[in-house]
Ligand binder design. Structure first.
Ligand code: APR
Length: 320
């Protein structure tokens, strides 16, 4: 059986990390694509040369022409610009929307059967636009945010409780921005919900509230520290988890920015919800019951995603 082909569109900090992880996990042969000449070729060669040391078999190549992604099974999109200190993800909209238009056309021409994972920010609006520009089925275009936001929440919780990250599950819903909704009630340590752990004296409500806020600001905290760009190790690991679930038909239940077609009373919109990812792409959107406060927070988050979509329509009338 031929190896899978993974196309990485954008070969910057996240793109390079994606290529390294995909190689280490032997997910398939990897094509790095970028408009910057030499960058994808150089990273491909460098990572390929780590193969003999790490003991993985994967062909890596770099390209500046979309024809190189032909027939890809998975495309992971990071093309665009990242944040600098003081910027919100929304400040990237104008530049990155134009990038999505070019990327969508490239995927449409050369990889129309791929499962596409978008990472470029502002995520929910960019993945929505990418689906429209590419014309691929909604089941096959998804945005990576929830796995990352949940991972940040899990990391902070595991540190607070001094337990393994493996035993902490967390759910974060809504848009990938300041209005994201970390769902405390659905987050657990070995199945014990967080509100019960507060009652058990493992932490206080104040500390839990602070962790929720730190999760919301998780991306900005790293931008503030790095100063020259945004996070890349955890975003890359999160997208690889989604790609692996598709390629191996694992049917993982993961939070992701998915196209809603009536679920949660919403239509023609991408926002973070739990989904099942398998060989059929996004095979199912899981509709969980939200209580009053959670619903209000989710609606607020949806409102801000809709605002970004309107801004996109203003720039690119073909999205209307
Ligand atoms: N087509 C292809 N690649 C492009 C294009 C384009 N039209 N425009 C820019 N790029 C490339 C750049 O040349 C660069 O190599 O995208 C790459 C982006 O890499 P970085 O600047 O290192 O950014 P990164 O940290 O990887 O983040 C990428 O993901 O998390 C989001 O907010 C982040 O939108 C940003 C994206």
């Amino acid at each position: 059986m031929a190896r899978n082909k993974i196309a990485l569109i954008g070969s910057g900090m996240i793109g390079g990390t994606l290529a390294h992880l995909a190689g280490l996990k032997e997910l398939g042969d990897i094509v790095l694509f970028d408009i910057a000449e030499g960058t994808p070729q150089g990273k491909a060669l460098d990572i390929a040369q780590s193969g003999p040391v790490e003991g993985f078999d994967a062909r890596l190549s770099g390209a500046n022409d979309y024809s190189a992604i032909e027939g890809a099974d998975v495309c992971i999109v990071t093309a665009g610009v990242p944040r600098k200190p003081g910027m919100s993800r929304d400040d990237l909209l104008g530049i990155n929307l134009k990038v999505m238009e070019a990327v969508g056309a490239g995927i449409k021409q050369y990889a129309p059967n791929a499962f596409v994972i978008c990472i470029t920010n502002p995520l929910d609006a960019m993945v929505w636009a990418l689906q429209k520009f590419s014309g691929l089925p909604k089941t096959h275009v998804v945005g990576m945010a929830g796995v990352l936001d949940s991972a940040r929440f899990r990391h902070f919780l595991a540190t607070e409780f001094d337990v393994s990250v493996e035993d902490v599950t967390a759910f974060v819903l809504g848009g990938h921005g300041d209005t994201m909704v970390p769902l405390v009630r659905y987050s657990t340590v070995a199945g014990i919900p967080l509100p019960d752990l507060v009652k058990m004296g493992w932490t206080s409500q104040e500390k839990l509230d602070a962790i929720v806020q730190r999760t919301r600001d998780g991306g900005a905290e790293i931008v503030g520290l790095l100063k020259t760009g945004s996070a890349y190790y955890a975003p890359a690991a999160s997208a690889i988890e989604m790609a692996e679930s598709f390629l191996k038909d694992k049917k993982r239940v993961l939070p992701a920015a998915a196209a809603l077609t009536g679920q949660y009373g919403l239509d023609d919109l991408y926002v973070g919800v739990p989904v099942v990812i398998g060989a059929g792409g996004v095979e199912r959107v899981v509709e969980i019951t939200l209580d009053g406060e959670e619903k209000a927070q989710f609606e607020k988050s949806v409102g801000s995603v809709k605002g970004l979509m309107d801004a996109c329509r203003g720039i690119a009338p073909s999205l209307a």
